[in-house]
Design a protein around this ligand. Structure first.
Ligand code: 5GP
Ligand code: ZN
Length: 121
């Protein structure tokens, strides 16, 4: 069931346009509107779930099962030197859209403009 007022549910429904990277019965992957690096992609389950805590194991299983394939598609399309996977849960952990999503962030070397400083730990 789509969740009312969820922008990612609206993207899945096609009510908000997006640049599709991959889609099947379980997941939708699309380019992040604000690209931290070239090819920055979000992978989301088609089932609305707010964060990792709320996610049924079966939904997580289907979601993560697709990630290697999507990562390889990004690798083939953009030829990065590496890729970061990131999942934010909770406002304090930088979650701003409350529909579970995995960021796939292709990396192009130290000068690619993205700094993952882990809150400068
Ligand atoms: P978060 O901060 O919750 O981990 O990441 C949410 C991401 O969703 C952000 O990187 C933001 O740029 C992206 N985003 C927010 N609204 C839209 C949208 O309407 N379309 C797309 N493609 N990405 C969005
Ligand atoms: Zn949703």
């Amino acid at each position: 069931m789509p969740h009312e007022d969820c922008i990612f549910c609206k993207i899945i429904q096609g009510e908000i346009p997006s640049a599709k990277v991959y889609e099947d019965d379980h997941v939708y992957a699309f380019l992040d509107i604000s690209q931290v690096t070239k090819g920055h992609t979000l992978v989301i389950p088609k089932t609305h779930t707010e964060n990792i805590y709320e996610t049924p194991a079966e939904v997580a299983k289907e979601l993560f099962a697709r990630v290697p394939k999507i990562a390889n598609a990004i690798k083939d399309a953009y030829n990065p030197v590496g890729i970061n996977l990131l999942n934010n849960n909770g406002k304090q952990a930088y979650q701003s859209v409350f529909h579970l999503h995995i960021h796939l962030i292709p990396r192009y070397g130290q000068e690619d403009g993205f700094s993952l400083n882990w809150d400068a730990r």
